[in-house]
Design a protein around this ligand. Structure first.
Ligand SMILES: NC(=O)c1ccc[n+]([C@@H]2O[C@H](COP(=O)([O-])OP(=O)(O)OC[C@H]3O[C@@H](n4cnc5c(N)ncnc54)[C@H](OP(=O)(O)O)[C@@H]3O)[C@@H](O)[C@H]2O)c1
Length: 229
């Protein structure tokens, strides 16, 4: 039977490319977007009608996440990835960021992915993989140059919250991943970024799938390198 993946935050950018990569590999995919407005996901649905289903969720809305959980309650996915994230740009600074923007970024990138994982954990098979899209900018140890200050803090929060979540249950058979795709040319990464989506995502997914059954929590980049916390 084909393997199955649930990708949260797949309307564009890296999430959309990740969906395409799993479809190419023959997986069945449930992909989510925030609204039902037309996104390129629908084009993939036309091309892969038996492999792709589309659901909607806003990871910052408890009600919306609960609705998704109910819709998927009978499912057991092999792979869950929370890809959704936001940024304010490289120049975000603690002196100038508004409290509202700070809270929005910290909530979307730090709190909500782990809250979604907690709610959807039972939709993942006993030895399945649960991943969140982190960033090398979330590494406290690698922060030698500043920039992206609020974004870095939010991904560091994600990493620490995932560590706390995974540390709770030593008997858990699942594998947990914090993934860094590199700096990639998307709406968020911008035109100056090092990598095309095609240079990052196939490698990132191969790295993630190579960890199947590894158990525990692993912080890895698209080259398969272990990142320091
Ligand atoms: N690009 C890079 O260089 C880079 C590097 C390291 C890590 N990352 C991480 O990779 C992930 C994807 O980045 P990207 O470059 O593809 O960014 P992007 O092009 O800006 O896409 C962001 C995605 O997240 C979704 N999203 C945002 N807030 C959401 C919410 N509250 N609920 C549900 N979905 C939400 C967006 O949906 P809408 O279309 O509805 O807005 C969109 O699908 C993010 O977590 C990002 O932090 C990116």
């Amino acid at each position: 039977m084909a393997q199955s993946a649930l990708i949260i935050g797949a309307s564009r950018g890296l999430g959309l490319a990740i969906v395409a990569e799993f479809l190419k590999k023959g997986w069945n995919v449930v992909a989510t977007e925030r609204s039902t407005s037309r996104s390129e996901l629908k084009d993939y649905r036309t091309k892969f009608p038996s492999q792709l289903e589309i659901e909607t969720v806003d990871i910052n809305s408890t009600e919306s996440v609960d609705t998704l959980r109910s819709a998927l309650s009978a499912r057991k996915f092999d792979f869950l990835l929370v890809n959704a994230g936001v940024a304010l740009g490289a120049e975000d600074r603690i002196e100038t960021v508004s409290a509202d923007d700070f809270i929005r970024v910290m909530r979307t990138n730090g709190l909500s992915p782990v809250a979604v994982i907690s709610k959807l954990k039972n939709c993942v098979s006993e030895k399945g993989t649960i991943a969140a899209m982190s960033s090398s900018l979330g590494s406290v140890a690698l922060n030698e140059h500043g920039t992206w200050e609020v974004y870095r803090a939010s991904k560091a929060a994600l990493n620490t919250l995932m560590r706390s979540y995974v540390a709770r249950d030593k008997a858990d058979q699942k594998t947990y991943l914090l993934l860094d795709p590199g700096w990639v040319r998307t709406d968020m990464g911008g035109a100056e970024a090092d990598l095309s989506v095609e240079q990052s995502i196939p490698r990132l997914i191969d790295v993630a799938l190579a960890q199947s059954n590894a158990r525990g929590l692993h912080y890895l980049n698209y080259k398969g390198e272990v990142l320091p916390w």
